[in-house]
Ligand binder design. Sequence first.
Ligand code: NDP
Length: 409
Amino acid sequence: MQAGMPLYRPDFSPTRAPRRVSILGATGSIGASTVDLVRREPARYQVEAVTANHNAAALGALARALGARFAAVADPTRYKELKEALAGSGIEAAAGPQAIVEAAGRPADWVMAAIAGASGLAPTLNAVAQGATVALANKECLVCAGSLFMRQAAAAKATVLPVDSEHNAVFQALAAGRRTDLRRLILTASGGPFRTFTREALRSVTPEQALRHPNWSMGPKITVDSATLMNKGLELIEAHHLFGAAPDQIEVLVHPQSIVHGLVEFCDGSMIAAFAAPDMRIPIGHCLAWPERTESPAPRLDLAAIATLTFAAPDTERFPALALARQALEMGQGAPTLLNAANEVAVAEFLAGALSFVAIPALVEATVEAGIRHGLASEPATLEDALALDHAGRALARELLPEIAVKAS
Ligand code: NDP
């Protein structure tokens, strides 16, 4: 997508020759779904590069199975392990954060950006700089540096396709009308495992409970984000950048069945919704085949068996993270970068048992406020600016953590 609009590349023909694909975050949940789809059609794809953070042995095995040319782990201490896992295969091994950026810049037609968190920003921007088609799962890239990211994508004539199921649904629904006739976008949210919990019950939620998502199987960070509704907040910001929609044109509806993923409403009152089984291989497959379509191994929907679909407004009293993200989006400048940095720190501390569930949004709120007070929140104009602001936001969140941990418990 460029400048908020889907871009059709007439020179693109997925049936012409094998597509060269790279998978950043290949050992994660989105990575595994992507690998599954690629392995089902070996004649259609040639794998260039795969990456992971620490998981060198698993990455080595994947690289071999996929016939990749290059494999990189971010953790430099895992280089030897990766090298051993690739011994005799002819696959090039590399390690360190710069090796991930290099992997993203290798010659590929299509790059899956599925690193979790702001660590995905530098590699994904490098994939964009090559003018590749980037299937974007890593929403934190757009939260951290959305304007910069979309500007660089447009400058490099890169194509950005939304992997997030809600944005992929909106992308598909937008094809039904003209952009100028668009009235609003609606992202649905399952409501997470604590949708019906009282404020009091939320105080004693454990990481184990938060990691049990009712509908989706995902990595730990996004699973916790789904439980706090911060995930939906990050998605609001993501939608703003992807589709060029104003903040007040983007709404959220709680839809516990996770069957309708996104809707668009046009000026004539017509609403177009995209339905699919909650299986990430559907939006990933859509991005892999785009602008064509291909068969999917994912389950099909039986709407008669599902029978009831329900929708409700989100409760931002019990789940303040969604309102915080909307505020950050409205504030603009560097506020979303600070929000994301603080949230990454808060989620990690919650998973480590150092912060309560209800303290996650409290720490995010305090960090954004303090960052603005300290004059930290100017718009990142370069990758270096975005990384520096992310770094400052994390430092601030860590500084505030002891106080918030006590106050919010
Ligand atoms: P996972 O935690 O399952 O996987 C993350 C991947 O990124 C792993 O390969 C991990 O390697 C790698 N990684 C983590 N940190 C770094 C780092 N610092 N440098 C390089 N690589 C790193 O996450 P998910 O697959 O669930 O999510 C990935 C992204 O996709 C997130 O941004 C998420 O919000 C988004 N997304 C996910 C969805 C889902 O259904 N899972 C749905 C929509 C969006 P290692 O295995 O070595 O740790």
